[in-house]
Design a protein around this ligand. Structure first.
Ligand code: LCS
Length: 411
């Protein structure tokens, strides 16, 4: 395990790197190389045989990537980290490592659309079945575990509905059966939530989001016990090959240094925006775990530091009204992804979760009127001003529509 410091903020900057080993370079050098030379044929043989430490080929390991893996392990309080080409490469490597044909996976009641797609593919090709559960009580979980259950897979907060899952509760039940719990911690980042400290076994990130933080890299990370991640490194990671490049690893190392500062600001802004959204007549419902009215607010306080930077809200009206809101925005960006400096807004039913069949989508709570807002680092007043003018427009349009319909009736 790499050296950690007393405070997360210090580890985010210093963990996993010793400038003395890199000629005093303040920042981690980018080892932009595909392969590493051996001094002799015998050295090559020893490295391949695992008898001598040292790099071989960048798909098997690279010093810049290793620095990132050490840092994320330190921040998640795990034994080993692994870096991947994308969040989905991390999700697929871990799920493939944990399952075999005919197994079963128990999942939280909502998942990112492509994770849902991966589960569907695993079922179609290898008969690896899955169930969804709200996981509100121990009995909810126990009732869906069977002798084929290979792991429990949880997102919390869930993309995009912002429901939470009680990680301590899930970990306690999983221990009864000796089943590993995998947590996709993308929406929280290790600054707000550390699932391994709550008894879970593996943490996954789409590092594309808060960890990168600047909308310029696609990447994934996994953290867990060394034995298991060593096995993943030598099997699904090495042989499927979804590894990260050195430049992208460096961008994540840079992003991580400011993670605590950015997250505090994301949370400050999101709290203010959520409160204003709640008061607007065009908004039917706001789902933000940092809001005291959120059904999981008490749970948020137990397992997260703050509510995070993502808000989901339901518009009054129809899908068209939800789309109109996006179209009326002046500077906020219509885009999927989240956790960037820019505020990003999207329509999950037709974007991130468009590939999820309507029945499953509605069961997950993703209606046509649901909007997901990743609150950025701009001044919250400017974010609200843009949202407000778009919401006002939606309200006045529905008001006008009602008037016209009434007028028609009168005539
Ligand atoms: N897990 C979660 C919770 C995610 O939100 C995403 C991507 C992934 C895994 C996959 O990560 P990637 O391969 O994209 O790095 N979520 C996206 C989203 O909500 N909008 O765009 C991508």
């Amino acid at each position: 395990m790499s050296k950690t410091y007393r405070h997360f903020e210090t580890s985010a900057i210093h963990a996993g790197y010793d400038a003395k080993t890199m000629d005093g370079s303040l920042t981690t050098p980018i080892f932009q190389t595909s392969t590493f030379t051996f001094e002799s044929a015998e050295q090559g043989e020893r490295r391949f045989a695992g008898e001598e430490d040292g790099y071989i080929y960048s798909r098997l390991g690279n010093p810049t990537v290793a620095a990132l893996e050490e840092k994320i392990a330190a921040l998640e309080n795990g034994e080993r980290g692994l870096a991947f080409a994308s969040g989905m490469a991390a999700v697929s490597a871990i799920l493939i490592a944990l399952t075999k044909a005919n197994d079963h996976i128990l999942c939280s009641s909502g998942l990112y659309g492509c994770t849902f797609g991966l589960l569907t593919m695993l079922e179609d090709k290898y008969n690896i079945r899955h169930d969804f559960s709200e996981m509100e009580t121990k009995e909810d979980i126990r009732s869906l575990i069977n002798d084929k259950t290979a792991c429990i897979y949880v997102e919390t907060p869930i993309n995009p509905t912002m429901k939470l899952v009680d990680l301590r509760l899930v970990a306690e039940v999983a221990k009864e059966y000796g089943i590993p719990v995998v947590v996709d911690n993308t929406f929280s980042s290790p600054y707000l939530q550390r699932p391994l400290e709550l008894g879970c076994d593996v943490v996954i990130h789409s590092a594309t989001k808060y960890i990168g933080g600047h909308g310029d890299v696609i990447a994934g990370l996994a953290v867990g016990q060394k034995d298991f991640l060593d096995q993943v490194a030598m099997t699904t990671q090495k042989d499927i090959g979804g590894i990260i490049g050195p430049m992208d690893a460096w961008l994540l190392l840079r992003g991580l240094k400011t993670l605590p500062v950015r997250l505090e600001r994301h949370c400050d802004n999101a709290e203010k925006i959520a409160a204003h959204l709640k008061a607007h007549p065009a908004v039917k419902h706001v789902y933000y775990p940092g809001d005291a009215d959120h059904p999981d607010y008490a749970l948020m306080q137990q397992q997260m530091k703050r509510g995070g930077g993502v808000i989901a809200f339901e518009m009054e009206g129809t899908k068209k009204d939800a789309q109109s809101l996006l179209n009326q925005l002046q500077f906020l960006k219509i885009a999927v992804s989240l956790g960037d400096a820019e505020t990003l807004i999207e329509h999950p039913a037709t974007m991130t979760h468009a590939a999820v069949p309507e029945k499953n989508r509605l069961e997950m709570g993703i209606t046509d009127q649901l909007i997901r807002l990743s609150v950025g680092l701009e001044a919250w007043e400017d974010i609200w001003e843009d949202l407000q003018q778009a919401l006002d427009w939606c309200s006045s349009k529905s008001h006008n529509k009602t008037m016209t319909e009434t007028e028609k009736l009168v005539r």
